[in-house]
Design a protein around this ligand. Sequence first.
Ligand code: ZN
Ligand code: ZN
Length: 343
Amino acid sequence: MRGVVFLGDRELELREFPDPEPGPRDVIVELRASGMCGSDLNTYRLSREQRATRPMHIAGHEPCGVVVACGAGVGDDEAPIGERVMVHHYSGCGRCRNCRIGYTQMCIHGSKVYGGSADGGHAKYIRVFPYMLVPLPDELTFEEGAAVSCGTGTAFLALERLAVSGRDTLAVYGQGPVGLSATMLAKAMGARVIAVDMAPERLALARELGADETIDAGAGDPVQAVKELTRGDGADATLDCTGNPAARANAVKSAVDWGRVCFVGEGNTATFDMSPDIIHKQLTLYGSWTFSTTGQARCARFVIDRKIPLKRLLTHRFTLDEAEPAYKLFDTQTTGKGVFVFE
Ligand SMILES: [Zn+2]
Ligand SMILES: [Zn+2]
């Protein structure tokens, strides 16, 4: 089979790999959809030198497909052949305190990230462990399952951490795939949503997908704009999906006294004026890293039950042969989300 490997300097290769064979405790999933996520782009944009310091594996950490083979040590009920599944894209020891609650990415003995430190979903097959499988409900397409497998699931768990409800005005910084998902999901949770971004076309899509208000952060001070939309108070809850230091500071500054702030955008740093911005405002800050296996399943159910228009987020479909133009496009394309689909 062929798999996408990022080479650095915005180059990639469709490299030939042997079809994976299941070891005793392995499951082989045939991919039907594999999403493109912001962190794939981060790897794509590394220089050749930076890329050389990291493991070279098949990319793609939003895998969704069908179980096609199992090792001899896998019970029928663990991974039924033909089952539609999402992959929770991490493995761990399975026994530590974090693995046992479904957060294998936090395994205290070291985890693997499929699509980073292990082979991911940008290929015909992926080899995983049975505990990584999250059943894909019939109501969801494979493409929607792929979105839930990183970007949308990350947004859902962040909103759970913030305990967003109909009492809240929520400001979401960044309207890429994670931020747009947060906008849609928070709206369905009853919140009044203020979407913030620098790109007018992203804000237009956010408004279509449910944002009550939009703020162009490039056109003025977004903190002031959030305050103007909240009678000078600030938002009850704010969420940073950008990973940008200035946006993080704005997420903190635009939260109301006693408000909650959550960070999901990865990398980078942030600087806050601790006393006026955080301590004297009695803020509660959360970091939220993707989701557990059970959180992923909860997100899928919520998307179905609340009829979240996830399909609208999935604006671009590609075959694996189109990987090069696909990543080239999303390197500059700012709106919507791309997904690889398989025959
Ligand atoms: Zn991701
Ligand atoms: Zn563990």
